[in-house]
Write a protein that binds this ligand. Structure first.
Ligand SMILES: Cc1cc2nc3c(=O)[nH]c(=O)nc-3n(C[C@H](O)[C@H](O)[C@H](O)COP(=O)(O)OP(=O)(O)OC[C@H]3O[C@@H](n4cnc5c(N)ncnc54)[C@H](O)[C@@H]3O)c2cc1C
Length: 404
């Protein structure tokens, strides 16, 4: 009898964890399993802001897929997903086509630039290893170029972070720590560098605990970060931005705009004709799509409403990993003719890093800040590595620099 074909798209938090769970729990003769990804490595998206700031080398963030996935049980296809044809149970890749019996979509997110003129062309976003590497190189290049030009250009040393949400604030924390090193390396006075967070709302980290937000702002401000709140980015050019504040348009010279104010689900999902809501598939309780019960969607491509508030759950690695465990079970259950499980999110807390040894967190209803929150964050990262690839992976890639 032909074995069912399970295809997993994307080796991010959701896809990798689904693959790792299926690899452990299914016998080789039960199904053919294929994992499709555009790189031969998995990366920890939640560390990318460190790679972008240059405080952590990107090799630390990358995990070779073959170090976790056993090629005797799961075939890795290195290719780009172009679109899915769910009626035909077919996935079009750049170099080939795959048919499937069960499909798991875990293609993550893309930046959303909301049609702001020039933003797509002239800004950076922190979305993958390539983007992060480009930001680090760009920062180095601008610092190195400053003294090389007869006419000093402030735009080279003004860095704007568009968006004071989690990604923007975490990046600001890392970069605030890196700037003194850059200044030393390129003989630049620290006072000549401006690191500005531009936020549309009246506060950064909107919706987060107010005392912790105040702590975060003080910590970042003490390291030179400037905040411009209630300001809307209107235009992004190669060497300036235009924003609106208090009804007035203002221009700021900068060659570095990091856009951290918007992401959307991977556009492959919408282009493939799935029923979407803001680009995401509103999944059923078993994580399958409403129209195709053999297609499961996880992570940032999926939409789940909070049971009590009706508000969409945030797109986080934490949720993607939890969903993967249920999806792995449900795909196996489909193959074995078992009952499917319902996904119930277990929101363990929220931690935002403010640099290597500083963070803010709300964990089990308790506020934490400073080194305690930072240790908590590293322990949570380490827990993921242990779960994904065991002690070996944890020892190779874990963060053990708890107190410095
Ligand atoms: C800087 C930053 C910090 C963050 N910090 C936190 C945090 O502290 N805690 C937290 O819970 N969440 C955090 N998040 C959010 C979290 O990273 C995402 O919610 C999570 O990565 C989503 O997981 P995923 O499995 O859906 O997709 P991803 O982890 O993004 O993985 C998607 C995978 O699909 C691959 N892929 C994409 N398109 C294609 C294609 N067309 N063809 C083939 N392969 C493709 C990608 O290469 C990648 O391997 C952070 C995000 C950022 C950017």
């Amino acid at each position: 009898m032909k074995k069912p074909h399970i295809v997993i798209l994307g080796a991010g938090y959701g896809g990798m964890m689904t693959a790792a769970k299926l690899q452990k729990s299914m016998k080789a003769n039960e199904a053919v399993i294929t994992l499709v990804n555009n790189n031969d490595y998995h990366y920890q998206t939640t560390w990318l802001h460190e790679n972008a700031a240059g405080t952590l080398h990107h090799e630390r963030t990358k995990i070779k897929i073959k170090d976790v996935i056993d090629s005797r049980k799961i075939e890795l296809v290195l290719d780009e997903v172009i679109c899915i044809k769910p009626e035909e149970k077919l996935v079009k890749l750049a170099k080939q086509e795959l048919t499937y019996d069960y499909l798991v979509i875990g293609l993550g997110f893309e930046p959303a630039t909301f049609g702001i003129p020039g933003l797509e062309e002239n800004s950076f976003s922190i979305g993958n290893i390539n983007n992060a590497r480009a930001i680090r190189e760009h920062l180095d290049y601008n610092f190195a170029s400053y003294h090389n030009e007869s006419e000093k250009n402030a735009a080279r040393l003004n860095i704007v972070i568009g968006g004071g949400g989690f990604t923007g604030i975490e990046f600001a924390g890392e970069l605030a720590n890196r700037i003194p090193q850059l200044c030393k390396e390129y003989d630049i006075e620290k006072t000549q560098v401006r690191l500005i967070v531009l936020e549309g709302a009246s506060t950064v980290l909107p919706g987060f605990d107010e005392k912790l937000v105040a702590y975060a702002m003080n910590s970042l401000a003490s390291r030179g970060v400037e905040f411009i709140n209630e300001a809307l980015l209107k235009e992004c050019n190669r060497d300036s931005i235009v924003f609106e504040k208090d009804g007035k348009r203002r221009e700021l010279p900068t060659m570095t705009t990091i856009w951290a104010a918007g992401v959307r689900a991977n556009t492959v999902v919408e282009k493939s004709g799935f029923m979407t809501n803001s680009g995401k598939v509103k999944v059923q309780s078993d994580m399958s799509t409403p129209d195709f019960d053999n297609v499961f969607v996880i992570g940032d491509c999926s939409l789940i409403l909070d049971h009590d508030t009706g508000i969409p759950l945030p797109s986080t690695a934490q949720i993607a990993i939890q969903q993967a465990e249920i999806v792995a079970h449900n795909v196996k259950a489909k193959v074995r003719g078992w009952k499917l499980k319902t996904f119930v999110p277990n929101l363990l807390g929220t931690i935002a890093s403010l640099g290597n040894d500083d963070a803010i967190a709300v964990v089990s209803g308790r506020r934490l800040f400073g080194w305690k929150a930072s240790v908590m964050k590293k322990m949570s990262d380490n827990h993921y590595l242990l779960k994904l690839g065991g002690l070996g992976l944890l020892m190779r890639k874990g963060k053990f620099n708890f107190f410095y």
